[in-house]
Design a protein around this ligand. Sequence first.
Ligand code: ATP
Length: 216
Amino acid sequence: MIGIYGGTFDPVHFGHLRTALELKSLFKLTEVRLIPCANPPHRAVPLTPPLMRLQMLQLALANRQGLVADACELARTGPSYTIDTLRELRAEQGDTPMLLFMGMDAFAGLALWHQWQHLFDYAHIVVITRPGFKMPLDLPFFDQRLAINAEVLPTIPNGKLFFQSVTQLDISATAIRLLIARREDPHFLLPDSVIDFILQHKLYKTEQAAIAAEQI
Ligand code: ATP
């Protein structure tokens, strides 16, 4: 069973990395693919080009077995739809069960995603929650899909919905961009190798980045 963890990763930080590692261990995954979104359909275009966001992810995951930066969305043009990514991965993975991870915020807006009902044709969806989270009881569309127990997930390739809590680190890429734009120190929020890359390429330091960060 593999996991799929998408995001803008602008930049990747310990909130993402710790979550990916915990999910890999909790579900006994052979690997978690971390997939930078090239052209997000549902949010402003990230200031950092997709290739640089991928490079930061690769630095963060260097020598970390089982956590893999996947560039598949950079190879496509147009909006980066998750359904297209799942189709590609399904073609590559055969019948291997696949878990598509998403935060509660993303799940709340799922109905706006391109061909969202068909996501279940390719993967299970695992919604990442905070510890203590109580599952909503009014999920009519999902009644048939809801798995109460994680043990069912490896037994079929796709089609189930599961809620999983992980340790939450209160870190966001927005806050990191803001820190850097204000010339403050981002250490201990993200890997040193990623900070070195940011400094080397002068990311998030421009007036544009500062203005964008201040508007949050
Ligand atoms: P931004 O602040 O730019 O919106 P972000 O820090 O939320 O960025 P994204 O790349 O947008 O990061 O998120 C990718 C995925 O990681 C999403 O599913 C999001 O819910 C999740 N995520 C983001 N921050 C954390 C965190 N601190 N802990 C756990 N998951 C996180």
